[in-house]
Design a protein around this ligand. Structure first.
Ligand code: BDR
Ligand code: CA
Length: 323
């Protein structure tokens, strides 16, 4: 079993990732840590609890994380993408459960120490909790198995500016700190997630084949698909569609042969016109201005067998959903 700790800001596509993790026969979800992003921290935390309860995984602990970025002034949350409740305006009842007594950085640190070398940390929101966990325990990179990040973009244009992806813009200082550390890091950014579209036909196959879990994913995707259609961000062809961002980072855990990567020392631009941009030194020239020097390699997925990854996502939920 792969022990996965998911750092998340649910989020419509975060809900897809959570459903996938619960349904996967080889994933043990050791916890969700929450972060601001698609909605406020109170809303994303409430959503994490609600979604786990709804998907039949009330045993999974939720730990509340950061409300604001480490340095940058908070930016508006993405209610226009994910709805006022962050999950497509579903009007779900609140969970009766409480969050863990440990705040997210401590929770991450504890899990990494308890299961040394075994935790696959998957971060699909702004990287604030991971940066704060590093602050608390600088030896964290030696304790986790690997870190997989949904965030950033290398060649594909950004989704919040021509250069930046939303999670990296959400906390660029945190992202830059995380990429300064020596640990196995793989970025699953827009270069691949914009190639993996979920059309209404794909989403309807979940609605019709994955019980209550599939119905919720269909219902919550209505708001997201409308946003993609109206903003012109959809590449699903003639059909309404949305990109499969966060679940792709989780699918990578077991389907990594379907991805091609590049690597090099990486930086995230912290302010100015390029704020939030991920920049990887892929050429290793002897640059005169080398802000990349001394940084360990970061891997970034650039190519993907989109059909295979989408099928793995859909089939896993259809076969393994609990409710
Ligand atoms: C990322 O930003 C958020 O809106 C999504 O949940 C995803 O994690 C895509 O850029
Ligand atoms: Ca997210």
């Amino acid at each position: 079993m792969t022990k996965v700790l998911l750092d998340t800001d649910p989020g419509i596509d975060d809900a897809q990732a959570i459903a996938y993790a619960i349904a996967h026969p080889d994933i043990e979800l050791v916890g969700l840590t929450t972060v601001f992003g698609n909605a406020s921290i109170d809303i994303t935390t409430a959503n994490a609890l609600k979604l786990l309860d709804y998907f039949g995984a009330s045993e999974v602990p939720v730990s509340k994380g950061a409300a604001v970025p480490v340095v940058q002034a908070p930016r508006p949350h993405a209610y226009f993408v994910h709805g006022d409740d962050g999950i497509g305006n579903l009007d779900m009842p609140p969970s009766p459960r409480d969050t863990s007594v440990f705040p997210a950085p401590e929770f991450i640190m504890n899990q990494a120490s308890l299961h040394r070398g075994e935790i696959t940390l998957v971060a699909v929101g702004p990287l604030t909790n991971i940066a704060n966990a590093l602050e608390l325990d600088p030896s964290l990179p030696k304790k986790v198995k690997e870190l997989i990040i949904m965030g950033g973009t290398v060649d594909e244009p950004g989704n919040v500016s021509p250069l930046a992806e939303a999670n990296f813009l959400g906390d660029p200082h945190a992202a830059d700190r995380v990429l300064s550390q020596s640990w196995p890091v793989t970025i699953i950014g827009l270069d691949v997630t914009h190639q993996i579209m979920l059309t209404d036909t794909h989403l309807a196959s979940l609605r019709d084949g994955a019980g209550k879990t599939g119905q919720l994913l269909w219902d919550s995707s209505r708001f997201y698909v409308d946003f993609y259609t109206q903003s012109g961000a959809a590449k699903g062809g003639a059909e309404p569609a949305c990109a499969m961002h966060d679940a792709t980072a989780l699918v990578y855990v077991h389907e990594r042969d379907s991805f091609g990567t590049t690597h090099g020392p990486a930086r995230v631009i912290e302010d100015g016109v390029a704020v939030g941009q991920l920049a990887i030194d892929r050429k290793h020239y002897d640059y005169s201005l080398d802000h990349w020097e001394g940084r360990p390699p970061t891997y970034a997925a650039m190519t993907v067998d989109a059909e295979h990854v989408r099928r793995a996502f859909l089939d896993t939920i259809i076969k393994g959903h609990r409710v």
